[in-house]
Design a protein around this ligand. Structure first.
Ligand SMILES: *Cc1c(COP(=O)(O)O)cnc(C)c1O
Length: 430
């Protein structure tokens, strides 16, 4: 083992050399150093505001659903490590990938039958877009190459995903003039509204001749603003897409694997997409992996085209280590009464966050499944809000006007109360 770098030096080197997400170089403040993590707790290398351990209210960006250092997931990784950590996927295959793809087909909505395993959520969206554009090109409609989405979305940080992120106020606003110009409908209201449904129908109908696909996050818009909407809109989109010959992509990278109360959010609308993206919780937060699933219609269309291949193949495609942990994570999830756990978390979040409604500066408090959101009437003072949460012994990462939590599913009731107290403390401070 290399000798450990002293704490102060580690932080100094981090500031000198290491770029962090969505930040300048060097960062605006010193990041906390995490030494290890177990269950729902992050153990800090040095205490911060009197805390040596923090309860994780973020599931490491919504991925660590079973918590950290889980014995079952550790065993899966170790077993696979002793066989091989990686092997190329061109011309070769392996059991972890075959099992994972088969499992994903089994548990996702019926018509999704084929699985492209890639390395991150953003790449899975790139692949989804490529599939849809190529489908139309291959079936003689090359002019169908735009995308329609609704405002307030988030689909990742690479080029095509950025083009369908919320164009105003989102983190990719800077690029609005440079990115491919896609079609934006208004953001979906929380409740079903027939006027808005007509707006969606009309947008799809008007642009149908140039649209390859509609892409949305079903039920919950995550990093674009943590907004919830009626699942009935998913039916409206499915019907409009079918009526006008447009493919439908559901980005379930944030909502997949139970977070909103159903295994996949699409189930709440009772509809299936043509293409679905999964990521984040796929490996229980252990390793980076995502998946793009599609129907046989899409796969056949591509595979009978003028260039009858999907020209995509990441170096680390279907990484065996990640696939093994994903298999173990899905087994672990489905072996328990997970809907009951999500209900328990939903109730705990509703109770614990209710008092935030009385705080000055709080615009709205909303809970859906294991997602709790406090929206302020102003942008969060990140430093003050984060510090207040850490003082309360909890790790949160607010953004824009939002303080929210997506706790690991294994968070106990007492820890969940502390997370809620910390969200309220952060809202009061921020
Ligand atoms: C996080 C996220 C992505 C991007 O995934 P990465 O793994 O960060 O590239 C895409 N879509 C949604 C809905 C997400 O929440």
């Amino acid at each position: 083992m290399p000798e450990r770098v002293p704490h102060a030096e580690l932080v100094a080197l981090d500031r000198a050399h290491v770029w962090h997400p969505y930040g300048p170089m060097p960062g605006r403040s010193d990041p906390l150093v995490v030494d290890s993590a177990s269950g729902v707790r992050l153990r800090l290398a040095e205490p911060a505001h009197g805390q040596r351990e923090l309860i994780d209210g973020m599931s490491s960006w919504w991925s660590a659903i079973h918590g950290y250092n889980h014995p079952v997931l550790n065993d899966a990784a170790r077993d696979q490590l002793d066989r091989m950590s990686h092997v190329m996927f061109g011309g070769l295959t392996h059991e972890p990938a075959v099992r994972l793809a088969t499992r994903l087909v089994e548990i996702t909505p019926e018509p999704l039958r084929h699985v492209f395993l890639c390395d991150s959520g953003s790449v899975s969206v790139e692949v989804a877009v490529k599939m849809c554009l190529q489908y139309w090109r291959s079936t003689g409609r090359p002019e169908k190459r735009r995308l329609l989405t609704w405002r307030g979305g988030y689909h990742g940080d690479t080029w095509q995903p950025m083009a369908v992120c919320d164009p105003d106020g989102g983190m990719h606003e800077l690029w609005s003039g440079v990115l491919p110009r896609q079609v934006f409908a208004d953001a979906p209201p929380a409740e079903f509204d027939e006027v808005y449904a007509d707006h969606l129908r009309e947008a799809v109908a008007r642009h149908a001749d140039e649209l390859a696909a509609v892409i949305v996050e079903p039920v919950v818009q995550g990093a674009g603003g943590m907004r919830f909407h009626s699942p009935a809109y998913l039916r409206v989109l499915r019907e409009s897409c079918d009526a006008h010959g447009v493919l439908l992509i559901f980005d379930e990278i944030a909502t997949g694997f139970g977070r909103t109360g159903t295994l996949f959010a699409a189930e709440q609308g009772g509809v299936s997409p043509d293409v679905m993206c999964l990521g984040k919780a796929l490996t229980g937060g252990y390793l980076t992996m995502a998946a793009t699933l599609c129907t046989s219609r899409v796969a056949d269309g591509i595979s009978r085209g003028e260039v009858p291949v999907l020209a995509h193949g990441p170096t680390f495609m279907a990484n065996p280590l990640a696939a093994s942990v994903a298999n173990a994570s899905i087994d672990l999830l489905l072996a328990q009464d997970w809907p009951q756990e999500i209900k328990r978390l939903e109730t705990g979040l509703r109770d614990g966050l209710a008092e935030a409604r009385n705080l000055p500066g709080v615009k709205e408090v909303r809970v859906r499944g294991a997602i709790g959101v406090v929206q302020l009437d102003h942008d969060v003072d990140m430093a003050a809000a984060t510090q207040a949460a850490v003082r309360a012994g909890v790790w949160l990462r607010p953004f824009r006007d939002l303080i929210y939590t997506m706790p690991p599913y294994v968070t106990g009731d007492e820890d969940l109360s502390r997370v809620c107290e910390a969200v309220c403390a952060a809202a009061a401070a921020g």
